[in-house]
Ligand binder design. Structure first.
Ligand code: MN
Length: 474
């Protein structure tokens, strides 16, 4: 792929920014301009922009991207026409506000989009080109749904905010409602914060069986691919996802971008490219989807996630997001809490708190965050029993050894365990413990944790490189 700019003065060289100047080939008709651009360090070729020969000589192919940035309005129209006639590329062209609405090549041709100088300066040449391609893709995507009565937006077994938000965005892109395009799962939403999202944003996720798929004319998979399902799916029509592609699923439209932090980001780009109005509800859902899938842009987020995040941010209802993130404490769990806090166990700078039978497991990390606030404490280890499993959350201030490493070393033999430098989790089925430990899980957890904390831990790598011989961070 090459980026090519057709120009009749030096201005475009200045607004592409120093980062991209080397990637761009400039084309012009004036050899003096060519010399000036080359002197500034640009790659530049000279030729007749209205003819065909130059484009043939350069072997312009469909993956190339062209910006037609000529000052002269008449010349601009003619050059744009030549580019459309003699190549298959997507292009953007610079127009003035007053001429934008006028019928021209730029307003008529599906491969061209006109942009204003202010947009170009704000978003950059390459982003504006990407938007053009995204707008064209969106047209293809929408065409798949023309005259199709029933559309199903299918997400994973235990749908997360990214999936639900993506489905909601897809429905908006297709101008449909919850009857003509329901969001569905073979499983159900179980995590309390995800249930809170559905409740607060009034989103319905229906549960269906595989045999019901036949009732739909179009099946869209969001944030998931066919191989995820245990069921034998009928052919699906559209897949939009950000997980690595591990099968060659055949469908009418596939957009899989494994480098993206969230599927919500992909959908936001489609909404943006189609100039679709984003409601507060949709913006809130998408931002929450990006936030949760990227751990607030810390994990596997790319620039596009960041851009989508900042685009959505002003439209979001932040009060609702706070309510989704902060689980509401069930009244029934209050007595469990008061009992636990009555007798916390503190060993050195580690606090252990155990909550017996919980009605919601997400209380555990919530209390762990809170316990870290206790004076003199460097580590909080909070556990609770939920659904015959011991759920353990460990927290530290990130200045000591990795919580993830420690939890893995202590508990991976009994269940799943791991996490990040300052926050980690373990889930241990009560059945994996011997009878005595299963009766008193707190004692077991404290013993195992301290064993590792006081001994093995010293041999674990430090979270950040320290000097020359420092360990590697996690
Ligand atoms: Mn996701």
């Amino acid at each position: 792929m090459r980026y090519i700019i057709l120009c009749d003065d030096e201005l475009p060289f200045h607004f592409v920014g120093p980062d991209h100047r080397q990637e761009i080939l400039f084309l012009c008709e004036d050899s003096r301009l060519q010399k000036r651009l080359i002197r500034r360090g640009a790659k530049c070729r000279c030729g007749r922009l209205r003819g065909r020969a130059l484009y043939q000589r350069l072997k312009i192919c469909p993956t190339d991207r062209i910006g037609v940035f000529l000052r002269d309005e008449k010349a601009r129209g003619q050059v744009l026409q030549a580019v459309m006639d003699h190549t298959d590329v997507y292009a953007i062209t610079l127009v003035e506000e007053r001429t934008r609405k006028r019928r021209s090549v730029a307003s008529m041709h599906p491969r061209v989009r006109s942009v204003l100088m202010v947009e170009l300066v704000q978003n950059g040449f390459i982003n504006e080109l990407e938007k053009t391609i995204c707008a064209a893709e969106l047209r293809t995507l929408r065409s798949i749904f023309h005259d199709q009565e029933r559309v199903l937006l299918l997400v994973q077994y235990d749908p997360d905010p990214d999936a639900v938000a993506s489905a909601l965005a897809m429905r908006t892109l297709l101008s449909r409602n919850k009857l003509s395009a329901p969001i569905a799962t073979f499983g159900r939403v179980t995590r309390p914060e995800n249930l809170a999202m559905l409740k607060l944003l009034d989103i319905e996720v229906i549960q269906i069986g595989c045999e019901e798929l036949e009732e739909y004319n179009r099946i869209v998979l969001l944030d998931v691919q066919p191989s995820h399902f245990r069921e034998e799916l009928p052919p699906v029509h559209v897949i939009i996802d950000h997980h690595p592609e591990n099968e060659n699923a055949v469908c009418l439209f596939k957009d899989i971008r494994p480098n993206y932090g969230a599927t919500s980001t992909i959908l936001q780009e489609y909404l943006h490219a189609g100039d679709v109005k984003i409601t507060q509800k949709l913006a809130t859902a998408l931002l929450y989807g990006i936030k949760t899938d990227t751990l607030l842009l810390e994990r596997e987020a790319i620039e596009n996630d960041l851009r989508a995040f900042s685009f959505l941010y002003p439209m979001v209802n932040h009060r609702l997001i706070r309510r989704m993130e902060r689980p509401q404490l069930p009244k029934e769990d209050l007595s469990v809490l008061s009992k636990a806090f009555h007798k916390p166990s503190i060993v050195e700078d580690v606090i252990f708190v155990h909550l017996d039978d919980l009605t919601r497991e997400d209380i555990v990390p919530y209390i762990a965050d809170f316990c870290l606030e206790v004076e003199g404490i460097e580590w909080a280890v909070v556990s609770g029993v939920y659904d015959r499993k011991v759920v353990v959350s460990a927290r530290n201030y990130g200045t000591t050894r990795s919580a993830g490493e420690l939890m893995r070393a202590a508990f991976s033999a009994y269940g799943s365990a791991g996490g990040h430098r300052s926050m980690a989790k373990a889930v241990i089925p009560l059945d994996a413990l011997n009878e005595k430990d299963a009766k008193d899980p707190q004692r077991f957890l404290r013993r195992r944790f301290l064993e590792v904390y006081q001994t093995t831990l010293k041999s674990l790598p430090l979270p950040r490189p320290v000097g020359k011989n420092g360990g590697k961070g996690d």
